[in-house]
Design a binder for this molecule. Structure first.
Ligand code: BES
Ligand code: MN
Ligand code: ZN
Length: 494
């Protein structure tokens, strides 16, 4: 059962667990001081004994404090309260929840004004979101030993309740989108087949998103030989999902997001080694992020026209699978020699990108894809690799990524990388060689953008297998939803 997370007005609770904050030097707020007095100075005494200085994420707990019915008082350090940022507040919420994971009964996280530039309402809302994201667990398939116990209710208490609630409603829409993405990525591939994914995308119509699903027959008619070649070895039909959110005037040019949705990537005939292959259930992380983003934009009624396109396939070895050396014709008319069937994501995106620009004439296209192992070697798990044909868009993404804690790092593109995918046998081949694997993959995609401003985010390192953090204990991070929602909010809503 997910934890109930709420906001309330600032007040010291009588029962359950209470978390209070202490800033630099162990400074308590007025209510904290009042509580210290009430408990006979137990809090300040404990601070002295522990040499507690209020450093960020440092903490201690007093159990069964005297002269009070509380189960525990947790004192959580926040450092310099004046410098507290929105993302610090989120981490603080995650840390606070972590501190009471085992507590039974209700929890109140009391946030007294700390003099930060960030408004108190926003801080409270962010703290609640941090707790919400940390609380997420993927346990649908456990029939026993599910995590039970722990608090049922986690209340963030603030003086700025009205502002807090307002900020929280917007942020919650986006956090829900992150959870949508996490759930899709965590889901195993026997359940989340391309048709099942399409069905889940269709559920967004409840939020006012227009959702269409293209069948294999329709894609064949459109000439999507590149995408269809990837799925031809699977018993699961390939699908393309087209989601449209209209939050601005109809005449307004849309922005477009395109996701790689390889529901399982065995590598195909160029099969992957067995060790770790199970991770390839997450090879639809790009499509999951786009779905989560559309969820977020629609739930918060963003004033923008946005299109979300998913290329959904399963890459399997089979008597009918495509072979190394096969030459396919993409929707753009360009031919591709498939020298490695494991470089399949770019084949899916080739047709998805071409279709997107042709049908929607978007202001820009951003694709997200768990595209290359090489990007993990280059950047690890904190930064997505960013490849761009548009400097302004790249700069905007870099900035919102820093602010939102979903970071991107720009990687190079140039004509030499582009030449590496030429082949005598067709217009291009789908692999570049040993060097610069993420860049040659990006050059390949660029050939299908028709010069529409475009950014490619290689999220192989950030979407899955994620290290546990203060705001996520999940294998799937949901990376990309918050980044792109913030991009839209900061620059593309009128
Ligand atoms: N889905 C993989 C990339 C990947 C690897 C994502 C590890 C997440 C974790 C992609 O389809 C792939 O197999 N790429 C190959 C490309 C190569 C054959 C040119 C790779 O990176 O090895
Ligand atoms: Mn692959
Ligand atoms: Zn793949």
């Amino acid at each position: 059962m997910p934890l109930l997370i709420a906001l309330a007005t600032d007040k010291l609770p009588e029962k359950g667990s209470l978390i209070i904050t202490a800033t630099d030097g162990g400074k308590l707020g007025p209510l904290g001081k009042q509580l210290d007095k009430k408990t006979g100075g137990a809090i300040s005494k404990a601070m002295k004994i522990k040499k507690f200085k209020g450093k960020p994420a440092s903490m201690f707990a007093l159990l069964a404090p005297a002269k009070s019915d509380l189960d525990r008082i947790v004192v959580l350090g926040v450092g310099d309260g004046k410098k507290l940022s929105a993302s610090d507040a989120e981490k603080m919420g995650g840390t606070a929840l972590g501190a009471v994971e085992k507590a039974e009964g209700n929890v109140v996280f009391l946030l007294e004004p700390m003099g930060s530039n960030v408004a108190d309402g926003e801080i409270a809302a962010r703290a609640a979101i941090g707790a919400f994201l940390r609380d997420y667990k993927f346990e649908n398939y456990k029939t026993k030993n599910k995590s039970t116990g722990g608090p049922k209710k986690f209340t963030v208490a603030t003086k700025a309740l009205a502002a807090g609630k307002k900020a929280h409603a917007e942020l919650k829409a986006v956090a829900d989108g992150t959870i949508v993405a996490r759930n899709l990525v965590n889901e195993p591939s026997n359940i989340l087949t391309p048709p099942e994914f399409a069905k889940r995308a269709k559920a967004l119509s409840k939020l006012g998103v227009k959702v269409e699903v293209l069948s294999e027959a329709q894609m064949k008619k459109l000439g999507m030989g590149s995408l269809l070649g990837v799925g031809q070895g699977s018993v699961q039909p390939s699908q393309m999902v087209v989601m449209q959110w209209q939050g601005a005037a109809k005449s307004k040019q849309p922005i477009a997001f395109v996701g790689k949705g390889v529901c399982f990537d065995t590598g195909g005939i160029s099969i992957k080694p067995a060790g770790g292959m199970e991770d390839m259930k997450g090879d639809m992380g790009g499509a999951a992020a786009v779905t989560g983003l559309m969820h977020a934009l629609a739930s918060r009624k963003a004033k923008v026209n946005a299109v979300g396109i998913l290329g959904l396939v399963e890459n399997m070895p089979d008597g009918n699978a495509q072979r190394p050396g096969d030459i396919v014709t993409s929707m753009s008319g360009q031919t591709i020699e498939v020298l490695n069937t494991d470089a399949e994501g770019r084949l899916v995106l080739a047709d998805a990108l071409w279709y997107t620009q042709k049908r929607f004439k978007p202001k820009f296209m951003i694709d997200l894809a768990t595209l290359t192992g090489a990007i993990m070697i280059a950047l690890g798990q904190d930064y997505a690799g960013m490849f761009a044909s548009d400097d302004k868009l790249a700069q905007q993404l870099a900035e919102v990524g820093e602010a939102e804690g979903e970071k991107v790092w720009r990687m190079p593109m140039n004509d030499n990388f582009d030449k590496m995918i030429n082949t005598p046998n067709a217009d291009m081949k789908n692999i570049g060689g040993r060097y610069a694997g993420s860049s040659t993959a990006a050059q390949f995609l660029k050939r299908f953008t028709n010069d529409v401003p475009w950014v490619h985010l290689d999220i192989a390192g950030t979407a899955m297998g994620s290290p546990k953090s203060t705001t996520s204990r999940s294998w799937a991070s949901g990376y990309g939803v918050r980044l792109l929602d913030r991009l839209v909010k900061a620059h593309y809503e009128k």
